[in-house]
Design a protein around this ligand. Structure first.
Ligand code: 4AD
Ligand code: MG
Length: 428
């Protein structure tokens, strides 16, 4: 692998990969080879190689599959610290008419070529950051004694409102819905295992095209027995700090390739996140002349306005119960609001985390299910958690692609998942 070459300076190696680009210098050609692990400048000198090798090197086209042999040389100026003095080049497959040229392509075109676009250095960098975050998520919870619990994808009922449900036929006379969140299944598991989390794909039949919404996205959700709202805020903050520090520490090269201004991320790992209530948020927005009143949901514009002037995420808590999910615990001191939190990322990235303390009183939950017109039969098992040894508990969900987008400084979620599923796009 190219990424391992710095340990082989002075040795002769053979590598397989693809030609990414090249520079001609008369009798010397510089081929840049990529193999997924990194990029390698391979220097071919006409005087030092047989005619056939020179022809292969100069005849290779972008994305041709190559096998290259030569001596690894230290080169402090190149990203991996080495370059290759080429002795042999074999074209394993000559690539014809590679469709993604250096000219500007429209996003629709690139999306239709997503399977090929993945090879570009920017996309590779985003996917590496994403993978790093996935590992960091598991490490975070493992280190804190959580048990990973996989929630089902096919479910009999809605979790986050019925307007964004994907329906499928389960049996001839029974319907099923693709999961919008694993939360409801984590709550019983928190009574079994104490601290649990799930991490998997979730589905929302979003009807609008925005840069922050996918129809299939990955969500990580912890759920913790005996944790209440203040502890939940601490957990969410610690989580985001640790993931950010990990990305800054281990994906420097990728962030550089993405031209991410890391100075914007450094405060996140270091400073305490401000916590404000929804009521305070409404006042702040009114002072900014935005026409918001108690009871209104906060959209993307409001979220961006709220985070202006902060260099870390902020946590907005205690939204009106009327605009939040049925399972959220009301605040005993202010019964119109729920003990919930939204974490809003700076630089306009908006809501990255949503969570709450859950209602643990059986009768209150029952009345909420009725109020929201949810099918009681489908929630009987969920009510059971409150019937047999009930306990206060809390959890949150973080959308992986929203977090990746923010870390990478990529404005649109479609580049933060390998194969995005959006309104009007399910190919490839
Ligand atoms: O705020 P949401 O809807 O919360 C829940 O689903 C809770 N059941 C989670 C829990 O408490 N266990 O979604 C959580 C997060 C959002 O903050 C956002 O990051 C992401 O999921 N998200 C989306 N990401 C991409 N595309 C969409 N359509 C998303 N909808 C939500
Ligand atoms: Mg939310």
């Amino acid at each position: 692998m190219i990424s391992e070459l710095s340990r082989h300076v002075g040795e002769t190696v053979t590598l397989k990969g693809w030609l990414y680009h090249w520079r001609k210098g008369g009798k010397i050609w510089f081929l840049v080879l990529r193999d997924g692990s990194g990029y390698l400048q391979a220097v071919v000198s006409k005087a030092d190689v047989p005619e056939a090798v020179w022809e292969a090197a100069t005849g290779a086209t972008q994305e041709s599959t190559l096998e290259v042999s030569g001596i690894v040389k230290a080169d402090p100026r190149s990203p991996g610290g080495v370059e290759l003095g080429v002795a042999d080049v074999k074209i394993l497959d000559l690539c014809h008419d590679w469709p993604i040229t250096p000219k500007e392509h429209g996003v629709d075109f690139l999306m239709s070529q997503r399977h090929l676009w993945l090879r570009s250095s920017r996309q590779v960098a985003v996917l590496k950051v994403r993978s790093e975050i996935e590992s960091a998520i598991h490490d975070f919870f493992y280190a804190r004694g959580y048990t990973r619990l996989d929630s089902p994808i096919l479910t009999p009922a809605a979790c986050e409102g019925t307007s964004s449900l994907f329906e499928t036929q389960y049996t001839e006379d029974e319907k099923a819905y693709l999961s919008q969140s694993g939360q409801l299944y984590l709550e019983p598991a928190a009574a079994a295992l104490g601290r649990v989390y799930c991490f998997g794909p979730t589905f929302r039949a979003e009807k609008s095209k925005t840069r922050r919404h996918l129809r299939e996205f990955w969500m990580v959700e912890p759920e913790v027995a005996f944790l209440e709202i203040d502890g939940l805020m601490d957990l969410a903050e610690e989580f985001v700090k640790e993931l950010t520090a990990r990305v800054l520490d281990r994906r420097k090269e990728d962030l550089k390739r993405l031209e991410r201004d890391v100075a914007k991320l450094e405060p996140v790992a270091a400073k305490r996140f401000p916590r404000i209530s929804y009521r305070e948020a409404v006042e702040m927005l009114q002072k900014k002349n935005m026409p918001v009143k108690f009871g209104d949901d906060l959209g993307g514009d409001e979220e961006t306005a709220l985070t202006e002037g902060f260099d870390t995420p902020i946590m907005v808590t205690r939204y009106p119960s009327s605009i939040k999910a049925f399972y959220m615990q009301p605040d005993a001191k202010d019964p119109d609001v729920a003990l919930c939190l939204d974490m809003l990322a700076p630089e306009g990235y908006g809501e990255i985390i949503g969570g709450s303390q859950r209602i643990h009183d059986h009768d209150l939950l029952l009345s909420r299910i009725r109020q929201h017109d949810l099918p009681l039969e489908a929630f009987q098992w969920y009510l059971d958690v409150r019937k047999y040894g009930t306990f206060p508990h809390s959890g949150f969900g973080m959308g992986l692609e929203r977090f990746v987008a923010w870390m990478c400084g990529v404005p649109h979620l479609r580049e933060c998942i390998p194969y995005p599923r959006m309104l009007y796009r399910i190919y490839p």
